[in-house]
Design a protein around this ligand. Structure first.
Ligand code: CA
Length: 517
């Protein structure tokens, strides 16, 4: 007995003396799983207070699995369209500061829909996107997230949609931004086709800009784009997984952005539920994306590295709802109002999950308000980078303390700024700036200087504009927003009629506007 006791003691001593050091000395692998255009309700995981009809309709068992093993954030935000979110993610900067406020594609060129607006002339925003070098015109110069990770020894993999720099710029190619590997990423923000049988758009007349690069071995085959990218990402991880190097996988799916094309592995069963064919296709794309998440989680388990791998799940803007969908427009994110392109919650609130074994309490829920630029300092902290010289001013704040179970008791304002034109019209869509502080949200529309004030705690659907009822709160938030816009030297559009810039929403003007009504 005595002998066994001492052996056990020795084993325990070894366990407790070696294990913590080993954990500390092995930086975690990090997977950032970003879905394109996925709405807050596009999942079977309920992010609202109670399950909705969308949670009943969609099937995302691997998101459920991740929620069970990790933490769900019910108030996580991105920006209303693609590029501003992606640049904030890669730089830690708020959109008003980095000035890539609309989606990018053509070098030195604003979007066609910004050229003929009724009343506004749009500012010289950073149409060329992100640049890792100083001096590029109309681009934001910053230390990209993957570069920071590569610099401390991470093997960095880009898989899927990049959309970080315009065609012909340095930032167009993920390899110039600190990625060791680039799978299928380039300037464009959507694929010409999701079908391998279409060569993902390669060779399709007039689709050259949107044809997905690489992935030639899947051309002509009956493989969905989401599946091809996932398989290639796992091959890339496999090349380093047995070594000492930690990896960073930016799993940036093209799905579920338009074109809405059926993932036939799942399409039929949604048709059989009686929904229209467009919505059945959309649902099949969601489930194909979820299968990718599951394949990655299975791989980590198989390789016995899941305990030292963090997964962050996020979307880049709200679910598309104003056009191209089946059913009634602007209803696809209910109970949230509107969708992609909007300052209303449907355009910016995202399904967010984080899995970090041994750190996060399984099946926990955080109501902490997170915004997309917070991912940059968070991921750096996860990687053990505690001091970093960046060229840019980082606006985001790490949410690592929340993952460890701490609660944040201060009220931090979150900001959105879109001095641009997206195209379609709908609730909350158009050039605007907004702030959320606590339960309150204030939106200022540039074209007509209209204002909206909502209490999200009482009215998550933003149905009741309290701007006239609660002028104290309106003024308070107008000042908070103005101070931010001034501090970051935010760009504003100008009125075509007078040539004057749209004023910031300061107190005096807010009052005048209300009194005029
Ligand atoms: Ca998007």
């Amino acid at each position: 007995m005595k002998k066994w006791t001492s052996v056990l003691t020795l084993v325990f001593l070894l366990l407790f003396s070696c294990q913590p050091e080993e954990i500390e000395s092995a930086p975690p692998n990090i997977i950032l799983f970003l879905v394109d255009d996925m709405g807050w309700q596009d999942t079977s995981v309920p992010f609202s207070t109670k399950p909705t009809r969308f949670n009943e309709l969609y099937n995302t068992p691997n998101m459920e699995r991740m929620a069970k093993e990790g933490m769900k954030f019910t108030q996580a935000y991105a920006t209303p369209v693609c590029s501003p979110t992606r640049i904030s993610l890669m730089t830690g900067m708020n959109a008003a500061r980095h000035r890539v406020t609309n989606w990018t594609l053509r070098k030195d060129s604003i979007q066609p829909m910004e050229k003929n607006h009724d009343s506004l002339t749009f500012p010289e925003w950073n149409v060329n996107g992100l640049s890792p070098v100083a001096g590029d015109s109309r681009a934001v110069h910053a230390l990209p997230l993957p570069q920071a990770l590569q610099d401390v020894g991470y093997y960095t993999i880009h898989a899927g949609k990049a959309h970080l720099g315009a065609i012909g710029t340095i930032g167009e190619n993920p390899l110039n931004l600190g990625f060791n590997v680039n799978i299928a990423g380039h300037a464009a923000g959507a694929p010409a086709s999701y079908f391998g049988t279409d060569n993902f758009g390669n060779g399709m007349a007039g689709k050259e800009v949107w044809a997905v690069p690489g992935l030639e071995k899947y051309h002509g085959k009956d493989v969905y784009l989401t599946e091809a990218i996932t398989q290639e990402a796992l091959i890339a991880i496999d090349s380093v997984v047995s070594g000492q190097e930690p990896f960073f996988l930016y799993m940036s799916h093209y799905a579920i952005h338009t074109p809405i094309m059926a993932d036939k592995r799942y399409y039929q069963k949604y048709l059989e539920k009686g929904i229209d064919s467009t919505e059945a296709k959309y649902a099949s794309m969601i489930e194909g994306m979820d299968k990718s998440l599951g394949d990655i989680m299975d791989y980590l388990e198989r390789k016995n590295i899941e305990d030292n791998t963090i997964i962050l799940f996020m979307s880049d803007n709200g679910g598309l709802s104003v056009h191209a969908r089946g059913g009634k427009p602007n209803t696809h994110n209910a109970p949230l109002s509107s969708g992609k392109g909007s300052m209303h919650e449907g355009g910016i609130r995202e399904p967010m999950l984080v899995k970090w074994p041994e750190v996060i309490t399984p099946a926990s829920v955080s109501r902490h308000q997170v915004i997309i630029e917070d991912f940059y300092p968070t991921i750096l902290e996860m990687a053990g980078i505690d001091s970093l010289e960046t060229f840019q001013k980082v606006d985001g704040q790490s949410f690592v303390p929340m993952l460890k179970g701490e609660t944040y008791d201060g009220i931090r304002p979150l900001f959105w700024h879109y001095p641009n034109e997206w195209g379609p019209s709908g609730p909350g869509i158009g050039a605007a700036s907004a702030v959320r502080k606590g339960d309150w949200k204030y939106i200022y529309y540039h074209a007509d200087r209209r204002m909206e004030l909502f209490n999200l705690k009482d009215d998550i659907g933003e149905t009741k504009n309290l701007a006239e009822e609660n002028t104290e709160k309106l003024k308070e938030l107008a000042v908070v927003l103005t101070n931010h816009l001034k501090a970051v030297n935010a760009q504003m559009p100008s009125y075509k009629e007078t040539g004057e810039k749209v004023p910031f929403p300061d107190v005096a003007k807010a009052v005048i506007r209300i009194e005029k009504k």
